[in-house]
Design a protein around this ligand. Structure first.
Ligand code: SF4
Ligand code: SF4
Length: 399
């Protein structure tokens, strides 16, 4: 089967707009999306020897695809070329740790106090840097006690009482690192008379894709497609996610990059703010109380690629008392696991500098963003706490 991104390079009209939008090309010797994507794909198809190793610098942020007027699947072309042509070591402990989020999460949530104690220690960070190449400057994400799934089944047995329902694809971040976001999602949806259901799920595959573990990414993706299709067929429930990157993968990357058939679910998956926006537009709005905070909003690249930023901003603007500053669209630089690699650390910091500066200039009390890794990057590089839009909506719910 001919894949769309395999021929989309032919649609390039050489306008070079993608180069202007590429955050990596702005701060490094990366030749830019036009050259690394459509321009050299023609040569790579003829001879893999013509591959330029600077391909590996692409962070898969997808900003080039947002800018492209010809819908060239630039980031997907580059991503596939990396898998096909760049040589990798067989055993890569750092990449295994960063990409096996379910395995790490299940283990770490069993012993979370011990794991959190050690990952905060400078000496542990130094050894992680020395032996596996995780930058010692990075703050590592903290783990919760147990999984969100367990917490949900224990604390929310009453979801059947609601007239409407959704399936919540919670993703690894809510399951292992941030239960509060999951609890706030239940609070907000229940306030809209929508009950929350969970199904069996695995990591969406984004870190596996980024680290080149394609067979494992395909297995996870197929598992999620089967599980979500089954419940959707039985119940017709919509599927929502609080992660912009998980949503993008489930909707687009499963078919575009992994070549799997996700047609049964791709139109049923919605990023959470789009789902809530549609409820609000149909008149189903919960009573709100003021949230008197000055907040700066950062739009994540993958949510921009999904076209979902407008719904988040609309919802935040409806919250009384919230003084919202919308930041200029910039990449934060972390790009999932990219910023957690020693070789890309400086690049990732250089990319994020403009965003960090604009946050400091806005001088908010909090920062809001939809992406879990953007939140980590901003908290590491500014003095502000970062919350998800769902956390803010939950604060606005008048009980
Ligand atoms: S995905 Fe991001 S880093 Fe890669 S070429 Fe496109 S804009 Fe540049
Ligand atoms: S933005 Fe699209 S059409 Fe323009 S140069 Fe880049 S890939 Fe080609």
């Amino acid at each position: 089967m001919i894949k769309l991104q395999n021929i989309s390079f032919d649609h390039c009209i050489k306008c070079t707009i993608c180069n202007v939008y590429c955050p990596v090309a702005r701060v490094s010797l990366f030749p830019g999306p036009k050259q690394s994507g459509p321009d050299t794909e023609r040569f790579r198809i003829k001879s893999p020897e013509l591959v330029d190793s600077t391909l590996k610098l692409c962070s898969n942020c997808k900003r080039c695809e947002i800018a492209c007027p010809s819908n060239v699947k630039i980031a997907d072309i580059i991503q596939e070329a990396k898998w096909k042509y760049l040589k990798r070591r067989w055993f890569r402990p750092r990449d295994l740790i960063l990409s096996r989020t379910d395995l790490m999460g299940k283990f770490a949530t069993l012993f979370n106090s011990i794991v959190n104690f050690f990952t905060r220690r400078s000496i542990v960070k130094f050894f992680l840097y020395l032996f596996i190449g995780i930058p010692y400057q990075k703050t590592l994400p903290e783990y919760e006690n147990g999984t969100f799934e367990k917490h949900f089944y224990k604390n929310y047995p009453d979801q059947n009482k609601f007239p409407d329902h959704v399936v919540f694809f919670h993703g690894c971040f809510v399951n292992y690192n941030n239960h509060k976001l999951g609890r706030d999602l239940v609070k907000v949806l229940n306030s809209l008379n929508v009950g929350v259901n969970l199904v069996k799920e695995k990591c969406c595959g984004v870190p596996l894709i980024a680290n080149g573990y394609i067979n494992k990414a395909k297995k996870n993706a197929q598992y999620n497609i089967n599980s979500l299709s089954e419940i959707h067929e039985k119940s017709n429930f919509k599927i929502v996610s609080t992660s912009s990157s998980c949503t993008y993968a489930l909707k687009n990357e499963y078919s575009n990059l992994l070549n799997l058939d996700n047609s049964a679910i791709s139109n049923e998956i919605e990023y959470i703010t789009k789902f809530i926006y549609d409820r609000f537009e149909s008149g189903n709005i919960f009573k709100m109380k003021p949230v008197p905070l000055r907040a700066a909003y950062h739009s994540p690249c993958h949510l921009e690629r999904l076209g979902g930023v407008i719904y988040t901003i609309d919802l935040l603007k409806r919250i009384p008392g919230l003084d919202l500053v919308i930041l200029h669209s910039e990449c934060c630089g972390i790009a999932g696991t990219y910023g957690f690699k020693k070789e890309y650390y400086k690049l990732s910091q250089d990319i994020g500098k403009d965003l960090f500066r604009s946050i400091e200039t806005a001088n908010p009390e909090i920062v809001i963003t939809d992406c879990e890794t953007c939140a980590l990057q901003i908290e590491m590089n500014t003095q502000f706490k970062v919350l998800h839009p769902v956390n803010i909506l939950a604060m606005a719910v008048k009980e």
